[in-house]
Design a protein around this ligand. Structure first.
Ligand code: FAD
Length: 369
């Protein structure tokens, strides 16, 4: 018999939830991670009690009561509500597009006035035939003002291309809200763990053996013989030695800065929608947890094309990559002891609640309940 029932590659949210279920069902697990910390991308660095989201701002939100109850078993959540702002040429606009935004843009006060104004803005572009690119698509959906002030520059920075060279399908619809509600998410539940995300991970991995600074690929043959089954949450293409070609990602670069002031922007998230400003967002971490520290830490977020050695943040779900993923998954199906999970191995954009759900589903399929 092998030493462990499960070797779990990756101490991120997926690996941690799966490990918890396996452990609770009496299975012997080893979790390894190549990083020097647990938590994967939800890890926060604690700087004198101020927690910095090192791999991008994370806000937990879900409409699934079971998922919400599940994470609340391990940590309590605060009442943080995501209400980002957009900064454009010295003015601030509320997001998502709602009555506060329309009031700021045009001075309209009632929902009726706002609807009329948006119709008027759109009318100019209504006769456009099939939109040929993202610019035409956006103009057709929201008209000139919202497009120029809140969409164009931000989108161009995000994709590293000008809007009239980007495909129209990137923007399918633009949701408008005709109330004065700045809550970004429509989900019933949201918040940030009280004391930070690391507590969630610590709770999930309590009493479970974890080895950090340990890369599966550096000792693959050893690890392959350690457990009956492997749950792999790293990159799908890397697992198969890039046999069907490398998968593409979008990456990000973060610039963290500590400032000896109490408050920099009065809000957790401010988007910068001007093309000329090189970053897309500034995150002020203390506001996720209503921090009272005498100092603050901000992070400027820069979009970045993915290059070897970068963190693979977002999958690029175009037809080429989708075809490669299909081939890789067919290969994976030939190994009954191999279980792929999480955003990297499934090459999917998973929010945290999707990740928890996927890990619980896999645990169920493994009869770990
Ligand atoms: P990861 O967190 O990536 O964990 C995988 C782990 O595997 C990593 O720790 C990695 O080091 C390890 N690993 C990989 N290869 C190896 C190897 N060869 N050997 C050993 N270990 C290995 N979701 C939300 O719900 N709300 C948000 O606001 C939100 N914001 C986000 C912002 C950004 C910028 C990004 C990128 C994602 C965001 N998400 C958000 C999604 C969220 O991060 C994911 O749902 C979640 O972290 C996925 O967990 P995971 O375990 O699948 O992957």
């Amino acid at each position: 018999a092998r030493l462990y029932d499960y070797l779990i590659v990756g101490a991120g949210l997926f690996g941690a939830v799966f490990a918890r279920q396996a452990f609770q069902s009496g299975k012997k697990c080893l979790v390894i991670d190549k990083r020097p910390h647990k938590g994967g991308n939800i890890y926060c660095e604690d700087i004198d009690g101020l927690r910095v989201h090192k791999y991008g701002a994370h806000i937990f939100h879900t409409s699934q009561k079971e998922i919400w109850n599940y994470v609340n078993r391990f940590v309590e959540f605060n009442r943080f509500t995501n209400s980002p702002l957009a900064y454009y040429k010295g003015k601030l606009y509320n997001l998502p597009f709602n009555m506060n935004t329309f009031n700021r843009l045009w001075g309209v006060v009632s929902p009726e006035e706002a609807r009329i104004k948006i119709e008027e803005q759109r009318r100019k572009y209504a006769s456009l035939p099939e939109p040929a690119n993202l610019e035409e698509q956006a103009l057709k959906l929201c008209g000139e003002d919202i497009y120029q002030i809140l969409i164009k520059g931000y989108t161009e920075k995000q994709w590293g291309r000008s809007a009239n060279e980007l495909p129209a399908f990137i923007i399918k619809r633009i949701p408008f809200r005709f109330t004065y509600d700045n809550n970004y998410f429509n989900d019933e539940y949201q918040g940030i763990p009280k004391g930070g995300y690391n507590l969630l991970i610590e709770g999930l991995l309590k009493d479970i053996e974890v080895k950090l600074n340990t890369d599966y690929f550096e000792n693959r043959s050893y690890f392959d013989h350690l457990a009956d089954k492997i749950v792999f949450t790293g990159c799908l293409d890397e697992f198969f030695n890039y046999e069907c070609g490398p998968l593409e990602y979008r990456s990000l670069r973060f610039e963290h800065e500590q400032l000896e002031i109490v408050d920099f922007q009065g809000n957790a998230v401010v988007n910068y929608t001007e093309r000329e400003v090189p970053y897309t967002r500034i995150i002020e971490h203390k506001h996720f947890e209503f921090g009272q520290q005498p100092f603050t830490i901000i992070t400027r977020e820069y979009p970045k094309a993915f290059a070897a050695g970068d963190e693979p943040y977002y999958p690029v779900n175009d037809s080429l990559n989708t075809a490669k993923v299909k081939k890789y998954k067919e290969k994976a199906a030939q190994f009954p002891h191999l279980l792929l999970g999480g955003r990297l191995a499934q090459y999917a954009y998973f929010d945290m609640d999707d990740t928890v759900e996927a890990a619980l589903d896999l645990a169920r399929r493994e009869s770990l309940f």
